[in-house]
Design a protein around this ligand. Structure first.
Ligand code: HEM
Length: 343
């Protein structure tokens, strides 16, 4: 199967079909003078572009990526809000760090960063090799590694929704490709082919949640566990009807259910493109790498403010790391990511 091509107006890692394995990597750049640091950023982005394009090509030069059929690597590279401000880069005005939410336990050593990359592939081998190539390229151009996080999905039939570690289908309700133009990609103009990635490493109390009775687990989400059907519907892709009521006047999808509090209906119809992965880093450190793409990170902030205080899932979750990045437009062969950052 052919990999999504590296070159193009938009980076492939945002909307290419979700692959089974991911690796997120963050780097920092030196802080000397704005002029010198801009030059370093250019050099780093050139090096990353060359490395990622070569690794995704049909004939990768690294022996470890050969004989794999194709590597099927897809990737994206973004810049963090701190770097954009420091260097006066041309990024969307809305790009900003997230506020602190109630209950956050963020580890700075696993959060933030000047540059954020997401690699996705069919297998861990490819990710490990490419992550090392990327670190070498970025390092020789002057960047230092900040954190790295790997994640995975269950094996699923193409076209079906993967589950998270609570056992629920995750990713059912996402914008249709045509809606991506409105909610994911930037408005016409300089940022039209870019988007904003919000990343959260969310530890899940898998045993605690599994201990709830089955009907309570389903009321916590607002969907059935087996098939993902909303409590108000008959098919997985039916829109959850958050206004439907039981004969006793209570809501069918409870007031504190996750799909009510995250419903686009509570947010003027706004949607985000969620492409989460699971992680498993230690016997009691498992959870979700929440990755979502949107035009404006305020979309995430509005939803998370509702979830942090009211979501029935919240007692089983702990947000441990966070990052935001402007995912750069793509580039043509011979070009470089980040060509339009310099005003
Ligand atoms: C929907 C799980 C965190 C936003 C869902 C669904 C599940 C789920 C099972 C229903 C199926 C689907 O439509 O994909 C989880 C788990 C989380 C988590 C286990 C934490 C570990 C978050 C966070 C946000 C969020 C932090 C954003 C702040 C959404 C949205 C939907 C959704 C927007 C779709 C709502 C709709 O359009 O009906 N989530 N979620 N989730 N979640 Fe989460």
């Amino acid at each position: 199967e052919a990999a999504a091509p590296f070159h193009g107006p938009r980076q492939a890692g945002v909307t290419a079909p979700q692959q089974p394995a991911t690796q997120l990597l963050a780097f920092d750049l030196p802080q000397t003078s704005a002029a010198a640091d801009r030059q370093t950023l250019r050099t780093v982005l050139d090096a990353l572009t060359r490395t990622l394009a070569a690794a995704a090509s049909d004939a990768p030069s690294d022996a470890r990526l050969q004989s794999l059929g194709t590597t099927r690597l897809t990737s994206l590279v973004g810049v963090g809000p701190g770097l954009a401000t420091r260097l006066g880069l041309d990024v969307p005005a809305a790009l900003a760090d997230l506020p602190t939410f109630p209950g956050d336990r963020l580890d700075p050593a696993r959060s933030g960063g000047d540059l954020l990359l997401q690699l996705c592939a069919a297998d861990r081998w490819t990710l490990t090799v490419v992550a090392e190539l990327v670190a070498t390229a970025a390092g020789s151009a002057g960047a230092t590694p900040r954190w790295s996080q790997s994640g995975f999905l269950p094996v699923t039939t193409p076209g079906t929704t993967p589950r998270n570690l609570f056992g629920f289908k995750d990713g059912t309700s996402n914008p249709a490709p045509a809606e991506d133009e409105q909610f994911v990609w930037g408005p016409p103009g300089a940022h039209h082919d870019g988007t904003v990635l919000v990343y959260r490493r969310i530890r899940m109390d898998v045993a605690g949640f599994a201990g709830l009775p089955a009907d309570q687990r389903e009321r916590t989400i607002g969907r059935r566990q087996g098939d993902g059907v909303p409590l108000t519907g008959t098919a997985e892709h039916d829109d959850p009807d958050i206004y439907a009521k039981n004969p006793d006047g209570s809501y069918v999808i409870p007031a504190n259910a996750h799909v009510r509090l995250t419903s686009p209906r509570l947010d003027g119809g706004t949607r985000m493109l969620r492409r989460g992965y699971s992680y498993d880093d230690a016997p009691t450190d498992r959870g979700l790498l929440f990755c979502a793409f949107m035009r404006d990170p305020a979309q995430f902030t509005r939803v998370q403010n509702r979830l942090a205080t009211r979501d029935a899932l919240t007692p089983y979750l702990q947000h441990q790391a966070s990052a935001v990045a402007y995912v750069l437009p793509g580039c043509a062969p011979g070009g470089s990511l980040g060509e339009r950052l310099w005003t």
